[in-house]
Design a protein around this ligand. Structure first.
Ligand code: PLP
Length: 387
């Protein structure tokens, strides 16, 4: 009976399938069963001490009241500084809104731009909430294989119509760890200008890059800053996922409108968290470098196990995910993940959690210790030998 009260909007979105695996894992752990967890998409490191200290000081100083909706000007200046230092991106404080993570930044970005009748281009597999955000904006999602973006961007043109308003890009990519090359981005930028659609560039893993691969923001190409909405997050880079802090950088005309959306959801970001965030961005980035180095070591270890198991994957160049194909076992990705959890007590995410085209693959996150990766991969090896 209560269902008759529910909005069409809420009935058209679905819980993340990642959470389903996390809940099952938690259930087993609560039963006293040891599970090696390759499912979690967040660093296993603690937030660096200097960031926590700065936040504690802010609390003790009484920074406990609302700030400006867009975030403190100090923090927005710190974001300006970091984007310039890291990516030579020149932005202004009033092009920035500090949000509750990249999640809110993506939400306000999509809800500010999309309107019923619009089409959104999203390469698949894709981050779990992109389809929900597009649906909430009333837009139609046009999915196509991620490889088009990575390898044949000229083929993107056939998915563009007069209704295309937006493309959502993720580089490094979740769940594959792939980085979009300069050449591909240049082509996408040309199409964005030719067909007049905007770009959401959800590049929250852009400080986690391996093999000296080049990362470049699409906003850097000629005339692209004015048609790009950059999504930023402290969650992964500084192991601050529970802090819930990120940002949206967009042309002023869009930021001004998105601020209304942000006010309706959040009013303003958490005050003392903003103080810690400022310190994270302005102080030495050595802590990030160390974390990325350790992720790289784990990435290599996991790749060598997957190579031995002859599970094919595209070599991850960023973030902390690998997305091998499990098609040779003849199981669906959910069946495969359920089997690993039952038999090996290892948690991984079914590829179709990231959209239909992710089916036949599974996501491994190397967000647990080197020793746990060795242990978990050995257990997987034994379990797969029985198949
Ligand atoms: N965008 C992508 C591509 C992600 O992988 C994630 C988290 O996994 C998010 C956004 C959300 O991040 P946040 O914790 O900043 O909300």
């Amino acid at each position: 009976m209560i269902n008759s009260y529910l909005s069409d909007r809420v009935q058209g979105i679905y819980p993340s399938k990642i959470r389903e695996v996390m809940d099952k894992t938690k259930y087993l752990i609560n039963q006293g069963i040891e599970v090696i967890d390759f499912s979690i998409g967040r660093p296993d490191f603690d937030t660096p001490k200097h960031i926590k200290e700065a936040t504690k000081i802010a609390l003790d100083k009484g920074l406990v009241h609302y700030t400006a909706s867009a975030g403190t000007s100090d923090l927005r200046e710190a974001i300006v500084y970091r984007l310039k230092e890291d990516f030579q991106l020149i932005v202004e404080p009033d092009e920035i809104i500090v949000t509750a993570g990249a999640t809110e930044a993506n939400y306000i970005a999509t809800q500010t731009i999309l309107t019923p009748g619009d089409e959104v281009l999203i390469p698949e597999p894709m981050y779990v909430y992109y389809s929900g955000w597009s649906f909430l904006g009333g837009a139609t999602i046009v999915n196509f294989p991620l490889d088009i973006i990575l390898k044949q961007p000229e083929n993107l043109e056939k998915y563009i119509t007069g209704k295309t308003k937006l493309i959502i890009l993720t580089s490094p990519h979740n769940p594959t760890g792939q980085v979009i090359s300069r050449q591909s981005l240049e082509k996408i930028a040309d199409l964005s200008k030719k067909y007049n659609f905007l770009v959401i560039s959800d590049d929250i893993y852009n400080k986690m890059i391996y093999d000296n691969v080049e990362y470049i923001s699409i906003a850097k190409f000629e005339d692209m800053k004015e048609r790009t909405l950059i999504i930023g997050s402290l969650s992964k880079t500084y192991a601050m996922d529970g802090w819930r802090v990120g940002y949206l950088v967009a042309p002023k005309a869009i930021t001004k409108q998105a601020l209304k959306m942000h006010q309706h959801i959040l009013s303003c970001p958490n005050t003392f968290v903003q103080e810690g965030t400022k310190v994270a961005l302005l102080s030495s980035q050595e802590c990030v470098g160390k974390m990325v180095q350790e992720f790289d070591r784990r990435r290599k270890l996991m790749m060598s196990y997957l190579d031995n198991l002859e599970l094919p994957y595209a070599r991850p160049q960023g973030a902390f995910y690998i997305f091998p194909s499990i098609k040779k076992f003849g199981l669906s990705s959910k069946e495969f993940c359920d089997y690993l959890l039952e038999e090996a007590r290892v948690a991984v995410i079914p590829g179709d959690a990231f959209g239909q085209l992710g089916g036949g693959c599974v996501r491994f996150a190397y967000t647990t210790s080197y020793e746990n990766i060795e242990k978990g991969m050995e257990k997987i090896k034994t379990a797969l030998e029985k198949l």
